[in-house]
Each structure stands twice: as structure tokens, then as C-alpha cells.
Design a protein around this ligand. Structure first.
Ligand SMILES: Cc1cc2nc3c(=O)[nH]c(=O)nc-3n(C[C@H](O)[C@H](O)[C@H](O)COP(=O)(O)OP(=O)(O)OC[C@H]3O[C@@H](n4cnc5c(N)ncnc54)[C@H](O)[C@@H]3O)c2cc1C
Length: 397
């Protein structure tokens, strides 16, 4: 399978401008705030600056103010945005909004696009995606979905508890996955609902204290308690929610990899900068063999992850499901990115764990990526099952 790795000149130019914007505008804000923005006016300021620089929301179609980048083009631009923890927020390509925009563009009605996608793409509102539930509900196994939506006159009533819902605090709306048929454990029967903020049946229970802090709006427990929504709140078709989740999750997995690859590169740059200036045992740190090995392994991990992501993006751009390729790329990247940040921190010694550089913050931010968008073990399980199925099919007489 031939993969053309050369971005077209328009994409290359956008990536260059994104890199300049991140270096000149975003990184100073990031370093001042330790990688975390909690103040909405700061978010708005960063997004306004991104609009002025012409790099805002590049993924959405031109009718929503973007460039309609395909997945391979996103890989190039998003990695540049991800060079700072705040780059994706500034460009309006952070999770979960970016994945939600992608899905709304594909399956929302014209009215839903006008009401939800247009203001989301413009940065006027934020959103969240509510799928995961406390045990025994949906987690690695989405079929365990136990939040229910039952028909009521002219609409639906949603009841259930969700948690780890990123960005729920301050979101203008939630996309909630609820079971409209079957029982927990059944592979189908889910529907997606658009629930407006302020719906009295959607209650923000608490902010969950987590290792990571840079994803804007935090991670929340959310209770749907007699939450009534109209028929127009159904996103796509009733009972097709799991199929749509795949529309969102495959690409969203890849865009997470792209953004975190930016952070891996930044960590490597910080470490290499340190290795070039620090003198130890009569030589530069970067000329000592074991440090050279860490620098080389970082370079290998970054290049390999990028290659796998591009391969998966190419398959997605061909309209394929790319489930095997995205699982492979996600699993490898999440672990490789962790290794790169960890080695970079090691190269910097005590400086690495201090607040004087952001490596400790990066480490905390990338660790949960081995869990969300499918834990490594769930992906390995799925990868191996597909391989066994392929073997069984080939072995059949
Ligand atoms: C920072 C963060 C942000 C998140 N944001 C969102 C969000 O915005 N919206 C949302 O809906 N969810 C979100 N999640 C939830 C995330 O999608 C789930 O954590 C993930 O799907 C795993 O589910 P779980 O936590 O219930 O773990 P479980 O399903 O309980 O799995 C626990 C562990 O079991 C192991 N395991 C899983 N499957 C297998 C297998 N097949 N074989 C062997 N071992 C296995 C893995 O080690 C896994 O870590 C977020 C999570 C985090 C940490």
C-alpha cells in the first residue's frame, strides 16, 4: 500500500504558521500558567489570537470557517498545535470538541448543525461527550451501557450516571449515549442525544480529581435524572449510537495521538537542549552513551508513532473503517509518547521533576492517554481477535 507522506503546499504552509503561532503566542501563556488554563477569558483570548493568525479550527469545512483538512493533513497540523499543552485549545481542536465537531459534520441534521456545530466551530460554546459510566456500566466495553432513554410524549427521558466526562463544566451541550433498546451487554441498542446545558435533568455532580489538568473544563461525574429531551435531540438514527461512536472514536483516537506527538517532540527538544549544555564527567551530557541511547530511542518512538498514525489516517481518508490500523497506532503511540516524556525527564535530572520545566506536567498529562480512547489492553485484545479471525478465515477449507 503506497502512502504519500508529502503534505500539499497549503497544508505545509498552515503547519508552519501553526508552529509559529504556538511558539510566539501560546507557549508564553502556557509557561506562565504551568500548562493549565482555568479562566474562560484566557481561552477566549487565545482563540481570538488564533483567528487573527488564520490558524483557527482548521479541521472543519469552509462553511464553518475551517479548511476541511483530511486526516493526513490534520496529522501534520495538529502535531504542530500539540507542541504546547494549550495549542489545541487555542486552535479549537482540543478533545472532546474536535471529535464532536467531526461527528456532527458527518451525521447531524442541517438544523442541528446550525444550532450546535456552527457555534462550536466558532468557539462560542464548548461541548462534552458522555459515554463512560461507573461500574458496572460502559467503559472499555461499551456494550455494558446502562444509561436508559425511554419514550415520553414528544421526546425521550434519559436516566443514568456518567463519569470522566471531559469539559462538562461550562459546556453548552452534551452528546449523551443512552440505551434505547436491549439490555446491558447487548452489542446494539444505543442512541446519541444532544442535551442542552441548563436542562434541569442533567446535573453536574462533581469534578473528579485526576493526574491530568490541561484538558479544559475538567473531568466530571454527570447525573441524568429524568432528563427530558425532544425528538429533535436524537443525533442520527435511534439505536445506531454504537455505529456513530465508531465514526467519532477512530478519528478521535488519531487526533489524540497527533496532539500528544507534539508534546513528545517538545519533551525531546527540552531534553536535547539540556543535554547540549550540561557538562558532566568531562563531556557534554549528550555525548555520554546512555544519554545518546535515550535521545535515539525518543527519536525512534516519535518517528514510529508518526508513521503508524499516518498509515491509519490514510486508511480513514480512503473511507475505510481502519479499526485495526487505529488500534495499532493508538496503542503504540500512547505508550511511545509516555516513554519519550519519561526519558526526557530522566535526561534533565532533578530539573526534570521541577516546575522550572514543564516535563512533570507533560508526564501527568500523557499518562491517562493509555486509558482513554480504549486502554492498551482492550486494543491489544481487539487486535489479536482480528488476527485470529483472519487466520481462521484463511484456514477454512
Ligand atoms: C482523563 C480521562 C478523560 C476521559 N474523558 C472521557 C469523556 O470525555 N467521555 C467519556 O465518555 N469517557 C471519558 N473517559 C473514560 C474513558 O473512556 C474510560 O476510562 C475508558 O474507556 C476505560 O474504561 P474504564 O475506566 O471503565 O476502565 P475499565 O473498563 O474498568 O477497564 C479497567 C482496565 O481493564 C483492563 N482491560 C480492559 N479491557 C481489557 C481486555 N479486553 N483484556 C484485558 N484487560 C482489559 C485495562 O487495563 C483497563 O485499564 C476519560 C477517561 C480519562 C482517564
Amino acid at each position: 500500500m503506497a502512502v504519500d507522506l508529502e503534505p500539499d503546499p497549503v497544508v505545509a504552509d498552515l503547519a508552519r504558521r501553526t508552529a509559529d503561532f504556538v511558539r510566539e503566542v501560546v507557549i508564553p501563556v502556557e509557561e506562565r500558567g504551568g500548562g493549565v488554563v482555568r479562566d474562560d477569558s484566557e481561552r477566549v483570548r487565545l482563540q481570538r489570537a488564533a483567528k487573527e493568525a488564520g490558524v483557527f479550527a482548521p479541521h472543519v469545512g469552509p462553511e464553518f470557517g475551517g479548511h476541511g483538512l483530511d486526516m493526513r493533513a490534520r496529522a501534520v497540523v495538529f502535531e504542530e498545535a500539540g507542541y504546547s499543552l494549550l495549542g489545541p485549545l487555542a486552535l479549537n481542536i482540543a478533545a472532546p470538541d474536535e471529535g464532536n465537531m467531526h461527528m456532527l459534520e458527518l451525521i447531524a441534521t442541517e438544523e442541528q448543525k446550525r444550532r450546535y456545530l456552527a457555534p462550536l466551530a466558532a468557539g462560542e460554546i464548548r461541548s462534552c461527550f458522555a459515554m463512560t459510566e461507573p461500574a458496572p456500566g460502559a467503559g472499555s466495553d461499551p456494550a455494558a451501557l446502562s444509561t436508559r432513554a425511554a419514550r415520553v410524549g414528544g421526546g425521550w427521558r434519559i436516566d443514568g450516571r456518567k463519569w470522566f466526562i471531559t469539559g462538562a463544566d461550562g459546556a453548552g451541550f452534551a452528546i449523551c449515549m443512552a440505551r434505547t433498546s436491549g439490555d446491558p451487554g447487548d452489542p446494539g441498542g444505543a442512541t446519541m442525544f444532544l442535551v442542552d446545558a441548563g436542562n434541569p435533568g442533567m446535573k453536574l455532580v462533581r469534578h473528579i480529581d485526576t493526574l491530568d489538568e490541561s484538558l479544559y473544563g475538567g473531568h466530571l461525574e454527570v447525573l441524568f435524572d429524568g432528563c427530558v429531551v425532544p425528538d429533535e435531540a436524537v443525533l442520527g438514527e435511534v439505536d445506531e449510537g454504537f455505529r456513530y461512536a465508531q465514526v467519532r472514536l477512530g478519528p478521535a483516537r488519531m487526533t489524540h495521538c497527533m496532539r500528544w506527538l507534539g508534546i513528545a517532540r517538545r519533551a525531546q527538544d527540552i531534553a536535547v537542549g539540556r543535554a547540549a549544555e550540561r557538562e558532566l564527567f568531562g563531556s557534554r551530557l549528550g555525548d555520554l552513551g546512555m544519554v545518546q541511547q535515550m535521545i535515539a530511542d525518543n527519536e525512534i518512538d516519535i518517528a514510529a508513532a508518526r508513521g503508524l498514525v499516518l498509515q491509519a489516517c490514510w486508511e480513514l481518508d480512503q473511507g475505510r473503517s481502519a479499526s485495526q490500523a487505529t488500534s495499532i497506532a493508538k496503542t503504540f503511540s500512547a505508550e511511545a509518547i509516555w516513554r519519550v516524556v519519561d526519558r526526557s525527564l530522566q535526561i534533565c535530572g532533578a530539573l526534570g521533576v521541577s516546575g522550572d520545566v514543564l516535563l512533570g506536567r507533560f508526564l501527568r498529562e500523557v499518562r491517562p492517554f493509555r486509558i482513554y480512547d480504549g486502554p492498551s489492553e482492550a486494543h491489544r485484545w481487539a487486535i489479536a481477535r482480528r488476527v485470529m479471525r483472519r487466520h481462521d478465515k484463511a484456514a477454512r477449507p
